[in-house]
Design a protein around this ligand. Sequence first.
Ligand SMILES: [Zn+2]
Length: 462
Amino acid sequence: MKLRRIMSAIAAGGLVVLAMASPVAAFAPPYLDEPTGPYVLPVDANVPKRGCTTTLSDPKNASGSTPAIQVIYAWHDGGGNNYETHVEQIAKLVDRMDLELDDSTNYDQHLKLSCRTGYDTGTYSGYARALVVPEKIEAGVIGGETTVDKITDDLGAAGYDNANRKYVVFEDFNGTATAWCTTTCAATADEWSSATQLHELIHLGADSFYVDHPKVTEAVDHLSYPDVMSNPRYDWQLDHDFNNYYDPSETTATFYTGNEAADTRKVNVAAWPYFTAPTCCDIGYSNDLLTAQERTVEADAPYATPTGFSVSGGGWIQVTPPGPTSQISAKHYDGRRSLTMSVQSHAVGVVSVTRRPAVTAGQTYRFFAKMTTATSGNVKLRLSWYNSSNTLISSSEGPAIALTGTWTEYRHSATAPAGATGVQISVVSPAGQTFAYQLDSLQLNHCNNGKTADGCRLDTWQ
Ligand SMILES: [Zn+2]
């Protein structure tokens, strides 16, 4: 038997979703406030009904069915069976989980949900009852916490142990927000918010049960941008850089999730068969026009010339060789490397992503890059606009950036001029300097989400 667990409760940095401690007889699942970051989602009444991907006469017999999520309402004798009280709210929370997945990016992607026959799914009440199956946890602890292993054991004994099902369990008792696999894989929570349940579900998809949450999100040793894997109480978007665990634009790309140097597990949750295949393009919070290689320099060995990048003028580039951990990558232990530019003083040095992603004239684009240096020096971010004949039209440079010893994300936005069909992104070092800097975690947003101030993802939080 494969036994794995997630240790939500030992995550560092206040990322823990703790179990409620409440008198059992009076326990009712708190409907927590829904997350509002990076922007407020529609109220429940306006959240689309996800609907059933597949419908079974017996939800315990899913052999031969497409991989899908089975939603469970779990209860025990301590608080009794309140299925009728909660079933429609549970369905709304699942619909909101689906909306969060879809609206995280400009890719259309959804949960695959398993339903049961016998209900009129044309009505919301019927849909909710087809979607959510009640299950009594016989071994539930009265007067204490029912741990997740008791949930998965009970589900398995009841027949909810299909290899092509993941179980999302809403606990109507003192339980735990976590994820756990025996032969039954379950994401559970006794505090009911859509982002908490999506967080736990993604643990199952990421197969990263031991992961320290900041490692699977934006953190690096120094940066931490909230998302559903780092702050599920308040944030709902997934990996907004497409470079840590979720990249719907390139499902063949995979990303290290471990927090140990020897941990070589790689995932891309966007390719998880419990989600529909992502399709471009709709409007979502985040998008990116680069390839995984252009974002992370991941395919190249130390000392090599970074694939997909080019350099001109004063300087030369290589994949960062062995050295201080703080320079090897913007993420420690992720198995990737940064790019090192060794700036020479005789001319302006220009490091570019060689490829020129397509743009639309009149639309705004934002170039993000994380950079650091062990010494000191100045650089600028540049967007160069090209027409369909590959002729340079104009370029837009941001202000001079004095790099520091800390990985920091910098950004520059500009609007594509008339006639522009492609853009080249570059980091420019003015002449007269001799120093080296590291470049990593590049991103090129098309500012189209329509929800944040300028339509691009936020570059910093709060
Ligand atoms: Zn977690």
